[in-house]
Write a protein that binds this ligand. Structure first.
Ligand SMILES: [Zn+2]
Length: 265
């Protein structure tokens, strides 16, 4: 997991050079490994291990980037003392989000589930021409991405067609950004494939299955406490409270929810 920061780059977009298409863009080889992606795709639908943590993922990502996170209402956050407008972006067209980014606010948090297509990363890269900086942060727990756009310098001055998909903005994205993004995507796929393999093995035996439910429950509790910064540090971690998680490959104290690998030696 990395936080990718793109400083203002004065990038210019020429709407005449945009290539449109009638269908979705396919995932791009430059930002993911197709073999890993296909394997991940084949297990993704049945795999929502930490679904109950969905509502915590925004806080998780914001906590990586800001020391003070205050939720004012459904669409407004105060982050390190500055106001941000929250926008969800879960479509393949860029028309609506462009309008939303031209609201009165200076700072925006965009949430989305994935960046697998080249036009999407091109679009985020284009945004860095309109803000002082743009940061991309991925959740470590699930497929969830936060884009923080800081200090709008001017309104987005390009107009996109509403009725078509965009195949190529004809903008070249910095190779470093592409590399970080690809590493994060591939790491995430590998992690899910690995977890899925372990769970499939466990599901073969009934006794292991009971343990599995307990394990998932404890891991979810651990993640929640971690995100909400509620791990109880005043704990003696008695042996009876220590639980070995095969999925995370480490020990968790069920009482304070501190996770440790030291006990393995
Ligand atoms: Zn403890």
């Amino acid at each position: 997991m990395s936080i990718i920061k793109i400083d203002n780059n004065n990038i210019k977009i020429n709407t005449e050079n945009i290539v449109y298409s009638k269908g979705y863009s396919r995932p791009s080889k430059s930002i993911l490994d197709p073999n890993l992606y296909n394997k991940y795709k084949s297990i993704k639908d049945s795999f929502n291990l930490f679904e109950e943590l969905r509502d915590n993922l925004l806080d998780e990502c914001l906590n990586y980037m800001f020391s003070s996170v205050i939720n004012i209402n459904e669409n407004i956050y105060t982050l390190d003392g500055e106001c941000y407008n929250l926008i969800s972006f879960n479509e393949s067209k860029f028309y609506n989000i462009t309008n939303k980014l031209n609201c009165k606010y200076s700072n925006y948090i965009i949430v989305l589930n994935e960046i697998y297509t080249y036009p999407k990363i091109q679009y985020i890269y284009i945004l860095s021409g309109y803000f002082e900086n743009v940061r991309i942060c991925m959740s470590k727990i699930s497929n969830f991405i936060v884009i923080v756009c800081y200090n709008k310098l001017k309104n987005l001055d390009f107009i996109l067609k509403n009725d078509l998909y965009i195949k190529d903005f004809n903008v070249k994205v910095d190779e470093v950004v592409i590399k970080y993004l690809k590493d994060d995507n591939d790491d995430y796929f590998r992690n899910i494939i690995n977890l899925n393999d372990k769970i499939t093995k466990k599901c073969e035996s009934l006794s292991q299955l009971t343990n599995l439910n307990r394990e998932i429950c404890i891991i979810s509790k651990y993640y929640k406490a971690l995100i909400e910064k509620k791990c109880n540090m005043n704990c003696n971690c008695r042996p009876s409270n220590i639980f070995y998680s095969d999925l995370l490959e480490c020990y968790i104290c069920e009482n304070c929810l501190v996770l440790t690998r030291f006990l393995t030696v």
